[in-house]
Design a protein around this ligand. Structure first.
Ligand code: TYD
Ligand code: MG
Length: 447
């Protein structure tokens, strides 16, 4: 007898076998395999007493360091007991490397770690470990794809920390669908979460995500786990950015920066220096933005290239900034400041693969574009901050002090900021305040 049922995710219709189209609501491809009621019946119902709010014990979260300060920062200070973290990213970005390094560091500190891999044999892990100088006997390795066997091994070995690489490679024996299918991924994750919650074991799960973020898996897990972390960066660059997308135990949007080298990942505590290191000096079209990523200020270079359109309609390409936002900035430049780029190609790029969605980046984008069009570079040691409104007004930005302090620390001497901004947080930094886009273009000498 089959222990599983197929359940329509649209209408809840259940069936003993799979259908391409739900017989009840006629939705296509909506049936997902789940563990049936017969298999669930075995588990006894626990009784649990509601507690009046004032009697809820307020415990400070005890955090365990991952051994990698940049990873800890993204988690909000480290792993918490019973917390489940999903680390998602494209294949090859370095997820297994990150986890093995972290596992090794935790093991070195005297705690026991189980690294369960459904993807690699112990011999393959050993090869990677050799590059990363892994050696602690507190690090236990298990090549296993059955999620219940992994959970049982974690219980039996009394480990302090469990890593599962990856959720697409493990499966539950009760389900017949292949590993990596929505049903398998969801049920496997549910069991790991149950293990974490019942034993207070911190669990980190790897999930592969393709470029469009779709593939069956991590996206369907985001609400099941406590923390979702995305590992970004492309294989052709050494930079890797770890970003918290959701965090029940810390701030979201926090980032950690690493560089991938021959001996694995190295944390970069001063990312601004790295992101600005390759900036060409005296080049038109380059503006420096003091961005905020999570809680951390980060200086990044916004580059623009404005040129003649070779043929056809002009191209607008935005990398690292929002395309709609770029279109709005160009429209305001034209209508409110007389800088018209219609009929020209405009490319905007944030160097180093950083993505910024902050409105505070508007003015840097506008001035980079104007600088490129005019063929005149912006002042080398100037940082630019401000949101642009549709009337061309420059609006205030959040966390100004933190941004200016970072600019000053990196030797910047001028900051173009919205009118009314005042700060004595950054000695040595001259503030040039501007009320309107036209005023900013004048101040920056790119009008
Ligand atoms: P990996 O951690 O296997 O990626 P994922 O688990 O996300 O699929 O790492 C992938 C790449 O990293 C691989 O192309 C090799 C490279 N790498 C290094 O450059 N240095 C190293 O020390 C290691 C271990 C890997
Ligand atoms: Mg891997």
């Amino acid at each position: 007898m089959s222990k599983s049922t197929y359940v329509c995710q649209q209408c809840g219709f259940g069936s003993g076998k799979w259908h391409g189209r739900c017989p009840s609501c006629e939705a296509w491809d909506s049936l997902v395999e789940e563990v049936g009621p017969a298999a669930r019946r075995g588990s006894p119902v626990r009784s649990s007493q509601p507690v009046p709010y004032p009697e809820v014990a307020s415990t400070d979260l005890v955090r365990t360091s991952t051994g990698l300060p940049e990873f800890d920062r993204v988690l909000g200070g480290g792993l918490v007991p019973g917390g489940v973290v999903l680390v998602g990213g494209e294949p090859g970005v370095g997820k297994s490397t990150l986890l093995l390094q972290s596992a090794s560091a935790i093991a070195e500190s005297g705690r026991r770690v189980l690294y369960a891999s459904g993807e690699e044999s112990p011999a393959q892990l050993r090869l990677r470990g050799a590059r990363l100088a892994v050696r602690s006997a507190n690090l236990l390795v298990l090549a296993e794809t059955d999620v219940d066997v992994v959970a049982e091994a974690a219980r039996r070995s009394r480990v302090d920390f469990l890593l599962v690489d990856s959720i697409q490679a493990v499966r539950c024996a009760e389900l017949t669908s292949v590993p990596g299918s929505v049903g398998q991924v969801r049920e496997s994750a549910a069991r790991l979460v149950a293990l974490a919650k019942s034993t207070d074991l911190p669990v980190v799960i790897v999930g592969h995500v393709t470029k469009d973020g779709s593939i069956a898996g991590p996206r369907t897990l985001e609400h099941v786990v406590d923390t979702v972390i995305q590992f970004e960066g492309d294989r052709h660059h050494a930079h890797r950015i770890l970003r918290a997308l959701k965090n029940r135990f810390g701030p979201a949007d926090e980032i950690g920066v690493f560089s991938m080298g021959d001996a694995g990942l190295r944390g970069i505590p001063n990312p601004s220096e790295v992101f600005l290191a390759e900036r060409a000096s005296g080049a038109p079209g380059s503006a420096v933005l003091a961005a905020i990523e999570g809680t951390r200020p980060l200086l990044v270079e916004v580059q623009a290239l404005v040129g003649e359109t070779a043929h056809g309609s002009p191209r607008r390409i935005a990398l690292g900034v929002d395309g709609g936002r770029l279109a709005m900035i160009l429209a305001v430049l034209a209508r409110r400041a007389g800088i018209d780029v219609s009929g020209r190609d405009v490319f905007v790029n944030v160097a180093g693969g950083i993505e910024t969605t902050e409105p505070a980046a508007d003015l840097a984008v506008a001035l980079a574009a104007a600088s490129s069009l005019a063929g005149r570079p912006l002042a080398e040691r100037m940082t630019i901050l401000g949101e642009i409104g549709l009337a061309g007004e420059i609006r205030s930005v959040s966390r100004l002090d933190a941004r200016l302090r970072e600019a000053s620390r990196l030797g910047f001497d001028t900051a173009l900021v919205p009118a009314g901004a005042a700060s004595n947080a950054a000695p040595g930094l001259r503030l040039v305040t501007v009320r309107h886009l036209a005023e900013a273009l004048d101040a920056a000498e790119v009008a």
